[in-house]
Design a protein around this ligand. Structure first.
Ligand code: ADP
Ligand code: MG
Ligand code: MG
Length: 517
């Protein structure tokens, strides 16, 4: 690709910023150079470990694997060994996580900003429009969310040319793999220990990853804030979910601590008989529509249980709303007193359109006061533009390889790359509609590629790969009191370098961990 870089809407200077950071020397380790007998041994042990320790997903080949636990399990797709990653980048990503948490919270409170930024998108994107309708209804009701819970994941790639850590996106709904990613770190650490003589890699260089415990702790603390020992945490799920073990990890941890919690939490009224026999329920949006009701005081009751926290692992894609039932369930939850993770405002704050608006000059300043914080967040922003800017659109038509075109969608597989960018933009120009408002344009980031061994369905593959680091963030506040605001573990995803997209569940990538260099 040419070294001429498009002008960014979010800065007056060319992008990426003309600031290059020193790279550490390349690590010498080449997994493709592993002796084939040794590779086979490591791979075998990795498969055993994954099976015994629950690093698992449902097997596509098995029909019931998305609905019945314990049936048709397969190890999660993984990288056999951790991916070298610059320590300073890792620290940087951890450091900005609480600032992003705070930013999402502030943005969520600015209803006009959300509605106005998404106003053009609303006209052409039916899904976003429905979300905005729910948001507008809450404004009409003057609905306030005193207790706000964020379980986010901010994703990054390191641009090879500039060695800058640049944000791909910030997920505020259904941030996945907090349950499994800590296991990948454990697995890799265990393999480095076991094969120390052969690999000469230091297991201590894989940073501590407590993603599952931290998510569990945030859910548990939110539940405590709701202050009703009888209430449950409800996980909103898709009717079929092959990534169910990732979710079950969080709720198994929650359940193990629950009796203790119910006893020691600071409830107003407490009685041993108040402890219910389970702390969480799994429901689809359709089930919530059928079994849910609002009491006069706004309490959400589903299937006879009071819901303290509604944690969404569904509801982020149009396919999650096949009928009006699902939309009325989403509305019911939003209207209720239950703590939502995310609330509709948190959900909207995580859209790509808002990401692009926040990257415009002087926007971060509206939401954050601390100059250092603003600078740290801005440093992670790649070039982001709306499609009203004809000079950028023309440049993207000329040099489509330098851009990614993104709709307001989640879950992978929705973006437009390469020549398809040109075709899509030209078609839109020809039609002259407002369809462009459904998308944003983003600077394409080109990370360094490296050799790795990827494991899928028991088979190892030698591939040339690139990686995306996600850092989890947990945020909980009750009115003015911030109860939690942390970085909370990480997820490395590695994919073959020839693939555009990076979803693990979508089948593009594998789970990985990092080896600090
Ligand atoms: P989603 O919400 O669907 O995950 P993302 O913005 O994360 O959407 O895009 C999906 C994938 O596309 C990412 O995981 C990454 O692999 C790739 N991608 C997205 N933006 C860029 C970019 N600016 N440069 C390079 N690759 C990108
Ligand atoms: Mg996303
Ligand atoms: Mg993503």
């Amino acid at each position: 690709y040419p070294s001429i870089i498009p002008m960014a809407q979010n800065s007056s200077s060319p992008l990426p910023p003309l600031k290059f950071e020193a790279k550490p020397p390349n690590p010498v380790f080449d997994p493709h150079g592993l002796d084939s007998n040794l590779l086979e041994k490591i791979a075998y042990d990795a498969l055993v470990w994954s099976s015994l320790r629950g690093l698992l997903v449902g097997d596509r080949a098995s029909q019931k694997s998305g609905t019945v636990p314990g049936v048709g399990l397969v190890h999660a797709p993984i990288s056999l060994l951790p991916m070298p990653f610059q320590e300073s980048h890792y620290k940087q990503a951890c450091e900005v996580a609480p600032i992003f948490n705070e930013l999402v919270d502030r943005v969520s409170l600015d209803s006009n900003f959300l509605q106005e930024s998404l106003a053009r998108t609303k006209k052409v994107d039916a899904f976003t429009s429905r979300l905005l309708d729910i948001h507008a209804k809450m404004l009409d009701m003057n609905k306030k969310e005193d207790i706000r819970l964020g379980l986010h994941r901010s994703d990054y790639m390191v641009d090879e040319n500039t060695n800058l850590l640049l944000q791909i996106e910030l997920n505020t709904i259904s941030s996945s793999f907090a349950g499994l990613s800590c296991l990948v770190s454990d697995l890799h650490r265990s393999l480095l220990h076991q094969f120390k003589q052969h690999l000469a890699l230091d297991p201590e260089r894989i940073p501590e990853n407590a993603s599952a415990n931290q998510f569990e702790e945030a859910l548990q603390k939110a539940w405590s804030e709701y202050n009703n020992p009888r209430a449950v945490v409800m996980i909103v799920v898709q009717p079929e979910e092959r990534n169910m073990y990732d979710q079950h990890w969080l709720f198994t941890l929650l359940m193990e601590k629950y009796p203790l919690l119910a006893t020691f939490s600071n409830f107003d009224i407490y009685n041993v008989d108040d402890i219910v026999d389970r702390s969480s329920i799994r429901k689809t949006l359709a089930e919530i529509d059928a079994q849910g009701e609002l009491l006069a005081d706004g309490t959400l009751v589903v299937d006879g249980e009071v819901v303290a926290v509604s944690y969404f692992r569904a509801g982020y894609a149009p396919t999650d709303y096949p009928s009006e039932s699902e939309w009325s369930a989403r509305l019911l939850i939003e209207q209720s007193r239950a703590i939502k993770c995310p609330s509709i405002a948190y959900h909207l704050a995580g859209t790509k359109k808002i990401q692009q608006e926040l990257a415009k000059p002087n926007q971060l300043e509206r939401f954050l006061e601390n100059k250092d914080d603003i600078a740290k967040v801005r440093k992670c922003f790649a070039g982001l533009w709306n499609l009203e800017d004809s000079s950028i659109v023309n440049d993207a038509i000329e040099r489509p390889g330098l851009y990614v075109m993104k709709p307001q969608r989640e879950g992978g597989g929705n973006n437009i790359y390469g020549d398809d960018v040109r075709v899509a933009l030209q078609e839109m120009q020809k039609k002259g509609t407002e369809e462009d408002a459904a998308y944003i344009l983003m600077q394409r980031i080109f990370p360094a590629t490296s050799p790795a061994i990827l494991m899928r369905e028991g088979i190892s593959h030698k591939e040339q790969v690139l990686s995306e680091l996600g850092v989890y963030g947990t945020y909980l506040r009750n009115k003015e009191k911030v109860i939690m605001n942390n970085h909370s573990g990480y997820l490395m995803r590695t994919k073959v370098s020839s693939s555009n997209e990076g979803g693990v569940a979508a089948g593009f990538a594998v789970l990985d961990s990092i080896y600090l260099v």
